[in-house]
Design a protein. Sequence first.
Length: 650
Amino acid sequence: MVSVTMKMFVLISLCFFCLLLYRVSSEIPDRGLDHASLPPRGWNSYDSFCWTISEEEFLQSAEIISQRLRPHRYEYVVVDYLWYRRKVDGAYVDSLGFDVIDEWGRMIPDPDRWPSSRGGKGFTEVAKKVHAMGLKFGIHVMRGISTQAFNANTPILDSLKGGVYEESGRQWRAKDIGLKERACVWMPHGFMSVNTKLGAGRAFLRSLYRQYAEWGVDFVKHDCVFGDDLDIDEISFVSEVLKGLDRPILYSLSPGTSVTPAMAKEVSGLVNMYRISGDDWDTWGDVVSHFNVTRDFSTANMIGAKGLRGKSWPDLDMLPLGWLTDQGLNVGPHRWCKLSPDEQRTQMTLWAMAKSPLMFGGDVRKLDDFTYSLITNPTALEINSFSSNNMEAFTNKKSQVISPNLSKVETSDTRILGLTTCKDSKANGWSTEALDQDLEQICWKENLGNRLKKPFCYYKRKLPLASDEEMIYGQQYQGKLHLLAGERMEFCLNASPNRKLTSKESKRGSLSPCKRDANQVYMSENLKVNMSNLWQMWELNTSGALVNSYSGLCAIANSVKANVGSGGIRSWIATGRRGEIYVAFFNLNTEKTVISTSISDLAKALPRKNLNRASCKCREVWSGKDYGMIKQSISTVVETHGCVLFVLNC
């Protein structure tokens, strides 16, 4: 028989093994292949600290998130941009010469703000502490290589063999791989793309992401490679590197100005989340700007599509709620969110119904009760994680909108210029129209010859070459054009933002003055080219596609119906994992509005049989009101800029 002592020894050993297993599982992220199976959820430092956050502030925030938000599946804590920049006089978003780099030209944490990074440790110690809290650690990174490393001409590390990367009998350096003509538009002094067609360019990127994995990074937010700044080559190679690592790293793209579903389909399988808007801040205009794009991505079935090692999710950007800083300031938090409580509920509801990643941006050290209850609402989080069939609905005529205080809403057809991948067949819609022997236009073909609709056109102007040097290298610009708004030739079509724009400010196909300024980059040893002119250059190819020289994206003229005198009514619908139905009404108007819909409309929108003959038990989430049993319709007053969120059990 087994002695009592032996039994106790076995029991104690088993307990010790279980404790060890728990410690290991809490420190090492899940290595399964079902990556980002649900929309990622966490916290990002940008909205509350801009770029100046310190190690002490970050770990304080992580500890609070672990205690208060981790039970609600907020698991990622992300250091946003410029963690490698010294916080000294003269340093700002687009300054040059203040970054900390290693001997291989790779960014490393500023040791004054991140003291545990000294001795070549990078973020290793921070990541260990984050993992011990049961959280996952993330960082923000920029495209390609830094201008600082390029100017220093640092050697390229061969992370597979060790030492300097060698090929074709030579050692490779930063100036061999950097593409200064592909500088990040909103940070031109900061970073540029690398040539991924070169083995040395790929070796540099590989050395970056292998280092992040060695530090213990679980999440990478890759900036200035998507939307107007699309760099599909870099995204593809980074995805390949991440896929080959022995630990999963969630791959996120940012920002997403001018993103369309067609463009996103090129990258969605390579990443886990990707921004579909510019930066979102706490203004009502920013909130409203997300309704159309979320509708388009849900219609295209992009929500929860196949991604890197799992799924990918369209990202509406961080939730700028609670205690915040102002955009672009080098100071810490100093004000409360400017959105009204109703507007904040509208934002949280849309993010939940669209199944966007939920990345909270406020300072958790001053997390107030209202903000906490909003971002941890159990129904909103249930919808965000587990609902299906999410879509904008109720656009048919049977849905009722009653607003006695509003005048009749009129609509008008307008056009906006968007950017899309040149693989999109819809992009082949442009042609040249001669006005006289000296003046031509490039027009969207759809309205040509239609006397009732004005054609959508831009005037053509060949790229002006102002110097002999530019004439020598003019072959690079063969066929390139400026596109202008009018005959006076004052404003050029600009296909890329010159800074990090908010959603409200990101006007697709914006116009800017056609003039040179001091912002120049070298495209060769002898030729200087104005950066603003570079992203204003276009080329009409033989298939009728209008290609932008900076991003390689193609222009497309989208038809929209603009509401005149009204913010409008929007609504979303989804089904729950237990059979419940979620219905959200959004009032974008400037006055209270009564919104109604019928059960029969729900039956048409959802894949449910006999719903039009059912009685449904109904409650509203934000007010807590119980509507009892309803048989024919739902009708309620919705506050200005507010929303209601119904849960129906039929």
